[in-house]
Each structure stands twice: as structure tokens, then as C-alpha cells.
Design a protein around this ligand. Sequence first.
Ligand code: HEM
Ligand SMILES: *[C@@H]1O[C@H](CO)[C@@H](O)[C@H](O)[C@H]1NC(C)=O
Ligand SMILES: *[C@@H]1O[C@H](CO)[C@@H](O)[C@H](O)[C@H]1NC(C)=O
Ligand SMILES: *[C@@H]1O[C@H](CO)[C@@H](O)[C@H](O)[C@H]1NC(C)=O
Ligand SMILES: *[C@@H]1O[C@H](CO)[C@@H](O)[C@H](O)[C@H]1NC(C)=O
Ligand SMILES: *[C@@H]1O[C@H](CO)[C@@H](O)[C@H](O)[C@H]1NC(C)=O
Ligand SMILES: *[C@@H]1O[C@H](CO)[C@@H](O)[C@H](O)[C@H]1NC(C)=O
Length: 327
Amino acid sequence: MNAKLSSFLISIVVFGSLLGVCHGGELRKHFYKDSCPLAEDIVKEIIWKRVASNSTLPAKFLRMHFHDCFVRGCDASVLLDSTANNQAEKEATPNLSLGGFDVIDEVKTELEKTCPGVVSCADIVALAARDSVSYQFQRPIWEVLTGRRDGSISRISDAFRNIPSPFFNFSSLKQSFAKKSLTVHDLVVLSGGHTIGVGHCNFFSQRLYNFTAGKNDADPSLNSTYAAFLKTQCKSLSNNITIVPMDPGSPLSFDNNYFKNLKLNQGLFQSDAALLTNKEATNTVDELLDSQDFFTEFGQSMKRMGAIDVLTGSLGEIRQKCNVVNS
Ligand code: HEM
Ligand SMILES: *[C@@H]1O[C@H](CO)[C@@H](O)[C@H](O)[C@H]1NC(C)=O
Ligand SMILES: *[C@@H]1O[C@H](CO)[C@@H](O)[C@H](O)[C@H]1NC(C)=O
Ligand SMILES: *[C@@H]1O[C@H](CO)[C@@H](O)[C@H](O)[C@H]1NC(C)=O
Ligand SMILES: *[C@@H]1O[C@H](CO)[C@@H](O)[C@H](O)[C@H]1NC(C)=O
Ligand SMILES: *[C@@H]1O[C@H](CO)[C@@H](O)[C@H](O)[C@H]1NC(C)=O
Ligand SMILES: *[C@@H]1O[C@H](CO)[C@@H](O)[C@H](O)[C@H]1NC(C)=O
């Protein structure tokens, strides 16, 4: 082979693999098909069993996956415990209030019995999000590519820097998602995750009692009937204990009601309401009022979210226990 041709071939290979990396392209369908054929069945079985007796879990896992992916990529850093000289992402949980860690541990224990050292905690989190939400339908409602590996760093400061705040306006939300290569379309679609689960009063009470500093007023963009209801639940600005459903009509059902609520000015957080302050985002909200479109788009945006800065190939490790790095 002459030198020109071989360097051409090499450049194709190099360029091709760069493209692969850019798209997190080494994730694939059924990564464990040969190395641990039962992996996905084991995850599903345990998650379904636990969701059957605890209906709050789908919201926990969906949010856990989001927080994992937005902080250092989908590398299970969200699961790591603090150590003597490091505060982990988890420590941001008094106010981020994540849950379901015990269930992830149960899944990992079972997988380690079946195929030791093979299935990453990062893939377990991604599958748990999908399977928990899918329990309601008794079939998987989006595709999860696998092959993620686990990271070894988890810092509380990274969580505060990368998790968008419920007080963000549209441009801050857009920027937060753009930093993860997600579009305004993804932002709107994925915000639909707020069709299940709960929020603590202190994340929205200022919309009820203290919207303009010193005025004791309510947020004019919040439906006044809904605001009156929320005031009966959250009686003071400082209440950080009470929770309310984010989609009061169907808090346990994964559906597109979130977008119907938005159109009635019943988005719970400022960050929800903010989606109606931008033309492009509002157009997407309108599109997602169609249930079929919502399910299709949600699956596609989850795939992009699930590929953020993933560790694949020989990067990272397969943790033996999800809450600590291997020694
Ligand atoms: C767009 C920016 C987002 C902001 C500002 C935001 C903010 C929040 C806040 C403040 C809570 C309430 C936490 C609590 O009070 O305990 C919450 C809950 C939740 N979020 Fe988001 N979120 C965002 C995007 C997402 C995304 C992309 C997903 C997943 C696709 C998601 C899924 C959830 C779920 C399922 C809950 C309920 C958790 C539970 O019931 O324990 N969120 N979010
Ligand atoms: C709730 O507020 C109280 C009083 O301000 C504070 O001591 C406590 O740490 C807060 N709890 C959470 C979970 O933020
Ligand atoms: C969340 O917790 C951190 C550290 O415990 C604290 O600095 C921060 O103010 C809290 N944020 C909210 C919104 O309570
Ligand atoms: C359901 O799961 C949540 C999150 O892990 C947990 O806080 C709660 O105690 C569980 N409820 C029951 C009844 O087990
Ligand atoms: C959105 O919030 C950011 C950060 O607080 C602020 O700098 C910006 O001016 C706000 N944008 C709009 C349009 O209000
Ligand atoms: C009302 O909000 C302003 C900021 O917008 C804040 O400075 C003030 O402390 C809040 N009032 C109360 C009672 O929390
Ligand atoms: C406020 O919510 C009620 C339902 O509770 C709805 O009938 C009404 O149209 C909403 N108002 C606005 C301005 O969206």
C-alpha cells in the first residue's frame, strides 16, 4: 500500500473514531448481550418489584439519572458517598432530595452475583430510570443504550454548578442545557419529566408570597386559582418540609399533562413557567400537547441526555459497589 493511501485510511479511522467520541457513540443496544445476557432482565425485575410497592420511585430514578448526567456526565458519580476529605454530589441532597439509592444497591448486589465486575452503576441508573417509569405501561417506553463506565470523582461543588435551579429564567436554562450539548427542544421535552413527582414548598413559595422584593405579591404568571391552592399547602415562605405534586391531576402517571398544566399557567417552578417566555420553547410546548409526540420526543431526548460525557471503552471502571470507588 502506498504512503498516501495508508495515511488516507488512517485519517478515516482517526476521524471516524473522533466522531464516535463526540456522539458518545460507543454506547450501544444490549451492550451486555454476551458478557451478561440477563443484565437488563435483572434490573427490570428488581425495579418493577420495588416500584410495585413504592409508587414514588419512578420520579426518584428519573431525577437521579438527570442529576447523574448533568454532573460530570452519566458516570454514576451521583451514587458515590463522601469521604474524609471530599464532600460528594450527594451532599447537595438536603435540598436536591434524591432517593432510591438502596434499590440501586440491591440491583448491583444481584448483578455482582450473576456476572461479577461487568455491569456499570452508570448503566444501572440509566436502566432504572427507564424501567421504573415504564412499570406503569408494563413495557419499556424508551430505548436505553448501554456501555457506560463508572467515574471516580464526585464533588458537591460540581452539583451546585451544573444542576439548573428552579429559579432560573429561560436564558439561564437554555445555557445550562447548552453546556451539555442539549437544545431548547431537549430542555422543553425533558422538563416533561415533571409530570411525575413532588416539589418542596421552598422552591416556589416566593412565587406565592414575595415575588417582587418587599411587595408581598404573587407571580403574575402563576394561575391565581392554582396559587390559592398552593397557599393552602405552603403556608409560609420558609417552609422547606411540605411537598406538593408537580402535576396535581395525575402525579403518579407518566403522561403529557405537564404541558397541559403549563398552558393553564400551572407550572410549579419559575423554571417551568419560563418555558412560556420564549417563542421557540412555546412552540415545542404546543407540539407536546399531542401525547404521541411527547412519548416519541421524550425517548429521543433521554437518549441524548443519557449520552452526556459518558465514559466508554477502557475509560473509568466498573465499580464493585455503587457507593464507593474500587480500591
Ligand atoms: C429544566 C431544569 C430543571 C429544573 C430547574 C428542575 C428542578 C427541580 C426541582 C426544584 C425539583 C423538586 C425537588 C424537591 O423539592 O425535592 C424537581 C423534581 C423533579 N425533577 Fe426536575 N428540574 C429540571 C429538569 C428535570 C429533568 C430534565 C428531569 C428528568 C428528565 C427532571 C425530573 C424531575 C423529577 C422526576 C422530579 C421529582 C422528584 C421526586 O418526586 O422526588 N427534572 N426538579
Ligand atoms: C429547613 O430550614 C431550617 C430552618 O431554616 C433549617 O435548619 C434546615 O436545615 C432546612 N432543611 C433543609 C432540608 O433544607
Ligand atoms: C443547599 O445546601 C447547601 C449546602 O448544605 C447550602 O449551601 C444551600 O444554601 C442550600 N440551598 C437551598 C436552596 O436550600
Ligand atoms: C419509597 O421510596 C422513597 C425513596 O427511596 C423512600 O424515601 C420511602 O421511604 C419509600 N417508601 C416506602 C413505603 O417504602
Ligand atoms: C436571566 O437570569 C440571569 C442570571 O440571573 C440574568 O443575568 C439575566 O439578565 C436574566 N435574563 C432575563 C431576560 O431576565
Ligand atoms: C423577599 O425577596 C427578596 C429578594 O427578592 C429578599 O431580599 C427578601 O428577604 C424576601 N423576603 C422574605 C421575607 O424572605
Ligand atoms: C387557571 O386554572 C383554571 C383551572 O384550575 C383554568 O380553568 C383557568 O383557565 C386557568 N387560568 C389561566 C389564566 O390559565
